[in-house]
Design a protein around this ligand. Structure first.
Ligand SMILES: Nc1ncnc2c1ncn2[C@@H]1O[C@H](COP(=O)(O)OP(=O)(O)O)[C@@H](O)[C@H]1O
Ligand SMILES: [Mg+2]
Length: 371
């Protein structure tokens, strides 16, 4: 039997980060050790159809005139099967199955809802497919900016003031929500979709007169929202965490990285993240005192365990004169070669191909089922 490992790269997806996911797939495909791994590309269209995508198509995904790539509507839908042959993915051509590929491990390069939020992880669990990254609950908690804070608070971590509001509360008790915001938070505020990403749907609100419009905007992305007190002049610092089940504390942490956003963007918005090349500078590592670095690494470990993560997490912090506060964890952080998570490991001496290999190994070492 061949000792080559068959990896399914899954990308695209139904979230607003579809195009970013396609770019990530291109980046991973170019870096993955093809001497060790056989790769099959599985795209999910914006409408939710699955399709096997040829590797040369994936490798060519790029931003054109500010437009991100997308998975084209398929001629043949892809189907997953688990049976005597183990896990396979195939394409349906009328009554026939064609292009049948065995899969040892799935690597979902998906960001946002229906990918990073426990849903696809649930499918893998149910089918007994090994996969990279966090399990169902950790993925779901790590996606939800409300429950994530609840988990951080339960772990005794420093969380900045916020108010969460469900669709139900906003529909039936909107005045109470606004009153709670007035009582508990000081302006400026950040209004966010609870399960968003890539800064989409997030507004900085400087004045109460702008609050209603900001809530409506956030609800275009998620009926549930989170309103946070805004930091003024905070530094944005991030730590990469890599699962290490053999280590006593269960993970390894990188040095601290910093996002320095160009003033014109106001905050780290979608354009600054992906479109405007000069929009933000990533320092890996950041120029910060050793005590602060140690503190943030310690908090990053706590954050990893607070949500019960596996594999990989990027822990993001705001730091002011008042101290360090956890903003969020991402269980599938930006993962192109130049993204902060891989950049932090590269600064620590682990190449991008090595990092990809390590994540796949972690997934293969882990038993299927409850663990
Ligand atoms: N409470 C806050 N105070 C100041 N800036 C914030 C706050 N929350 C978010 N931001 C800005 O908005 C960006 C995106 O917010 P974040 O919560 O990280 O959402 P996403 O999941 O989309 O990355 C942050 O990187 C930061 O620049
Ligand atoms: Mg963020």
């Amino acid at each position: 039997m061949s000792d080559r490992i068959r990896v399914a790269l899954i990308f695209g997806g139904q979230s607003s980060e579809h195009g970013i996911s396609c770019l990530t797939a291109a980046s991973v495909l170019k870096a993955i050790d093809r001497g060790r791994y056989d790769v099959v590309g599985v795209g999910i269209t914006r409408s939710g159809r699955w399709t096997q995508v040829p590797l040369d198509v994936i490798a060519a995904y790029t931003i054109v005139d500010g437009h991100v790539p997308e998975v084209a509507e398929p001629r043949h839908d892809a189907v997953w099967m688990v049976g005597e042959q183990g896990c396979e993915v195939a394409s349906r051509d009328g009554e026939k199955l064609v292009d049948i590929n065995g899969v040892d491990v799935a690597f979902a390069l998906l960001h946002g809802p229906f990918g990073e939020d426990g849903t696809i992880q649930g499918m893998f669990e149910l089918m007994g497919i090994r996969y990279v990254g966090s399990g169902v609950a950790a993925s779901a908690v790590g996606m939800d900016k409300h429950f994530m804070k609840v988990a951080f608070e339960a772990a005794g971590m420093p969380v900045w003031p916020y108010v969460a509001a469900s669709r139900h509360r906003l529909r039936h008790h909107r005045a109470d929500v606004v009153r709670e915001i007035d009582e508990r938070l000081t302006y400026p505020l950040f209004v966010k979709p609870a399960r968003g990403g890539s800064s989409l749907g997030i507004s900085r609100v400087a004045d109460p007169s702008e609050l209603d419009a900001a809530i409506d905007e956030a609800q275009r992305f998620d009926p549930k929202i989170v309103v946070e007190q805004g930091f003024v002049g905070a530094r944005e610092l991030e730590v990469a965490v890599l699962g290490d089940p053999a280590a006593p504390d269960g993970c390894a942490v990188s040095d601290v990285g910093e996002i320095r956003v160009q003033a014109a963007h106001g905050f780290y918005d979608f354009e600054a993240k992906y479109i405007d090349e000069a929009g933000a500078a990533l320092d890996a590592p950041a120029d910060i005192p050793a005590e602060l670095s140690d503190r943030l690494k310690d908090l990053a470990r706590q954050a990893f365990h607070a949500v019960d993560a596996e594999g990989l997490v990027r822990a993001d912090f705001f730091v002011t004169d008042d101290g360090a506060f956890i903003n969020e964890v991402n269980t599938m952080p930006g993962f192109t070669k130049i993204s902060m998570y891989p950049a932090l490991w590269q600064a620590a001496g682990m190449t991008y191909p090595e990092l990809i290999g390590r994540l796949i190994d972690l997934a293969l070492e882990r038993p299927v089922g409850l663990r």
